[in-house]
Design a protein around this ligand. Sequence first.
Ligand SMILES: Cc1cc2nc3c(=O)[nH]c(=O)nc-3n(C[C@H](O)[C@H](O)[C@H](O)COP(=O)(O)OP(=O)(O)OC[C@H]3O[C@@H](n4cnc5c(N)ncnc54)[C@H](O)[C@@H]3O)c2cc1C
Length: 470
Amino acid sequence: MRQIPRRDGEVYHRTFPLYGHTWKRVILIDSKGNNMTSSTPNMNTPTQTADVLIVGGGPAGLAAAEAAARTGARTVLLERHKEIGYPIHTSGGSWIADMVALGIPSSLYHPIRHVIFLTPNNAARFDYDKPVCCVLDVRGVYQYLASQAIRVGATIRPGSPVEGPILEGGHVVGVRAKNSLNEPEEWRASVTIDCTGFSSIIASRAGLHVGYRRYGYGAEWDLIAPNYPEDELYLIMGSQVAPAGYAWTFPHGKGRVRLGIGIIRPDVDEDARLYLNTFIERLPQMAPVFAGASPIEYHVGLFPSEGMMQHFVSNGLITAGDSAGQGSTLVGEGIRFAIYAGQMAGVTAARAVQRGDTSASMLSEYERAWRTKFGRNLEIALLINKRIAVYTDAKWDKRLEILKQLTPIQAAEIMRGDFTPKLLLGILRRNPGLLSESAGKFLRLLLKKFSNGQQTAEVDSTSTDLTGKP
Ligand SMILES: Cc1cc2nc3c(=O)[nH]c(=O)nc-3n(C[C@H](O)[C@H](O)[C@H](O)COP(=O)(O)OP(=O)(O)OC[C@H]3O[C@@H](n4cnc5c(N)ncnc54)[C@H](O)[C@@H]3O)c2cc1C
């Protein structure tokens, strides 16, 4: 790791080769335990105010903005890019039930009827007469979320990169940013919500987060593919196409398909972009469906793959979405989780402002509700991800046999990460031979996690509604 002193008291180190110019700040603590990265307000910089300030206009931030404004807070969202939903760094695979629950118009997602898993020497196909999964019009969904936030009173400011938090007396009290004219400005707010995704810039600079060390590194083309069957989605495993990861083909309507490769680093030291460039050579059986295809967009992105952050809140600060590690590491799915997290964070922040108490202890209402609702399944997803990330090709072929025994709905529940005792017992029942194998022992271990978690289930049924919906 190359360390470079940049300013007084700060050290930056280069982190991820994908973004050659990305530097991540290391938090320095002085001998009295003070965070030296905090900043004092600059008297010459214009200062603006909000009750709830959201940094980042991805799904988490946009949902937080709607929820906070709907709950009555004066809400402002700062997004560094000039457009909401651009550039795209996701494949947009999601679930119809969640899109319906979240009120996303059906014109903004493309239903999938067939899901096909390929391993080096095996294949499993699941058909859904009534589709359960879908691929999003990502930009459309994000801009729809933005419109919903604006309708209830939130202000969104694209072209406003945030540089870091303003810390006073151990509280985050706002941020230092630039406006769309590239002029410095300060924002002061009772609660700041960090929705900056993988970079987690506010939380890491406020000392809540040390940055992600394990992450999925994805590269993807969005193609016009006239010969691709529009309702077939492929998930492809094996060292030939994606070592410690997988390849995907996600059709999203109007002849368009996202073809991508995700690789987990540092589990393997490979470049997803190179695997993407040679995909057809590595998997010639896919050549016919991509005949005559050409990309019209190229996406790259990073997804945190080490589980949820230890803490989601500190005084005056909440983190939500990828910046808190709240996606499912099983398949690298985070959009719906980010929206749910944003909703919960926005409501909690607005309520804290109303109560005049924005301490970590007040904001931890959000953390409790989140962990109760999603914590256990996300932990299980990570356990499984760590196991399958080291599968050999032969093991993938073998494990696909287990999947082939399942019903389409059971297969969907696994992909969604909806782990219930019923699902785990169902897998064992359909694969009795597993009981003598390590996978069977692992499933029994997971079942034990549920019997130990009865307490959690009880809390779940009584937990406060933090969705912010009327
Ligand atoms: C290759 C790839 C494929 C994926 N595929 C899927 C999939 O199929 N389905 C799925 O559900 N999930 C998928 N994910 C994960 C999903 O994209 C994320 O979980 C989701 O985007 C998280 O939303 P978020 O709002 O937390 O963060 P983000 O979507 O990352 O949004 C963060 C926002 O903050 C802004 N921002 C960052 N820093 C600053 C700053 N300093 N100042 C102001 N603004 C800032 C960014 O510009 C961005 O708009 C994929 C991820 C990758 C990398």
